[in-house]
Structure formats: C-alpha cells, structure tokens
Design a protein around this ligand. Structure first.
Ligand SMILES: [Zn+2]
Length: 147
C-alpha cells in the first residue's frame, strides 16, 4: 500500500537477485565442504563416561529401580541391554541422542531389572515412568539410527 507497482516490482527483482546470489554462495560452500567425518568414537566414549553413570544413578534413585553394574560399550546394534543379574550395558552412541531420549533408553533398561522381557507389565511400568509417553518416545527414538 502506498508503493507504486513499479517500485514494488523493482523491489521484488532486487530481492530475487539477492536470493539467487545467496543460493549460489550456499551451493559453492556446500561443494567446498569435505564429506562429514566419521564419528569420533573416542570422543563419544569420553562423553559417555562423563554422562551415563550419573544419569543412570539419578534415574535409578528417582524410580527406586536397582541395577548391579553399568558397562558402557561401543554397541552399534542396540542402545542398551540388561542381563539376568540386572547388569546394564549402554551404548556410547547414546551420546548422539537428545537428552530426553537418552533418559528414555536408560529408563527402558531400568524397567528390565523388574521385568526381563517386553511383556505388557514391562510396558505399563515404563509408560508410567515417562508420563504415558512411551509410544511417542519409541516413535521418536526410531528416527535415530545408531551411527
Ligand atoms: Zn528392552
């Protein structure tokens, strides 16, 4: 409003040229960037050792679920596991997940200290610990592949 059609068109053309130049710059930059580096496993391991034991202790204390031992491994096939003796193993690749999903995996394994299976009762327990969001969190977790 209050701007002549001529000026409006001119303005659009200018913007279009600017967008085109920006797009060009982005493409060039993308081509100049080397392929993404392999994940630094040792850095992930250090991060995992600084994060997971405390996270595990905190969530165990909060829920009253008890585990006997925590091991951190470079497992690529699953985020975690729980033995018959309630020793929990967590993948250091958990550090590539957002924190709320890291908590969710830890809680999943802690629930296995009570139910060593994926029975209805297991899911009821886990669901109750995540405020009824188990399905939603599982869906979200599936979007992350272990890298
Ligand atoms: Zn499980």
């Amino acid at each position: 409003m209050g701007v002549s059609e001529q000026r409006a068109l001119c303005f659009l053309e200018e913007k279009q040229a600017w967008v085109e130049r920006a797009r060009q710059r982005l493409m060039e930059r993308r081509m100049a960037t080397p392929a993404p580096k392999e994940v630094d496993v040792e850095a992930l391991r250090r991060a995992a050792k600084a994060d997971l034991p405390l996270r595990m202790e905190r969530l165990a204390a909060q829920t009253g679920l008890r585990y006997t031992k925590l091991t951190i491994r470079a497992t690529r096939t699953k985020w975690g596991s729980c033995s018959a003796r309630n020793a929990i193993s967590l993948s250091l690749y958990l550090m590539t997940l957002p924190e709320h999903l890291r908590d969710f995996v830890v809680l999943h394994e802690l629930c296995h200290t009570v139910h060593h299976n994926h029975s209805e009762r297991f899911h009821r327990l886990l669901d109750s610990l995540v405020g009824g969001r188990e399905k939603e969190l599982n869906r979200e977790l599936r979007c992350y592949a272990i890298r």
